[in-house]
Design a protein around this ligand. Structure first.
Ligand code: RB5
Length: 154
């Protein structure tokens, strides 16, 4: 899978670990930075990850900051992005299966690296169920977005 991966300074160490893991599993990682340890602003990197997903350059995104909260708020501002903050494996797969989550956000100051990998595995291995009730709910989410973007929705 082609995955856009980004972090701020709070998440850069975990990002390095995740990057290595994903490539080891055969995924293609689009590294969106930051690669420095100095302070940066999470919206700059969330924007890059979310835009890669919006344009289809990447199928999914993973964005890591200190808590995951800022990463999630910023990612969800990009149309077409459905970002979720997950620190457990159930949310990691169910967010995709039921809600078609396409960006996973995590907080490196919240989650250990091994659990982060398990959450990522759950996220990457999951597919949207396409069940009627979930499609209906997703379309309602898209309709909310369309009220502000003016885009036509199914
Ligand atoms: C940066 O110190 C921190 O605020 C950021 O990584 C993140 O936790 C924001 O939600």
């Amino acid at each position: 899978m082609k995955i856009a991966l980004g972090a701020d300074h709070g998440g850069v160490a975990l990002k390095r670990f995740v990057h290595q893991h994903l490539e080891g599993k055969g995924h293609f990682v689009l590294n969106m930075g930051t690669d420095a340890d100095g302070p940066v602003d999470y919206p700059d990197f969330a924007f890059k990850v979310a835009t890669a997903v919006m344009t289809g350059e990447a199928e999914r995104g993973i964005m890591i900051c200190g808590s995951g909260v800022g990463a999630c708020i910023a990612s969800n501002k990009v149309p077409g992005v459905r970002a979720g903050l997950c620190h457990d494996t159930f949310s990691g797969h169910q967010g995709v299966e039921d809600d078609d989550m396409n960006v996973l956000c995590m907080g490196a100051r919240v989650i250990g690296s091994q659990l982060a990998i398990e959450v990522i595995e759950a996220f990457v291995g999951a597919r949207f169920s396409q069940e009627d009730r979930h499609v209906r709910r997703k379309n309602k989410v898209l309709a909310i977005e369309a009220r502000f973007t003016g885009e036509q929705q199914p």
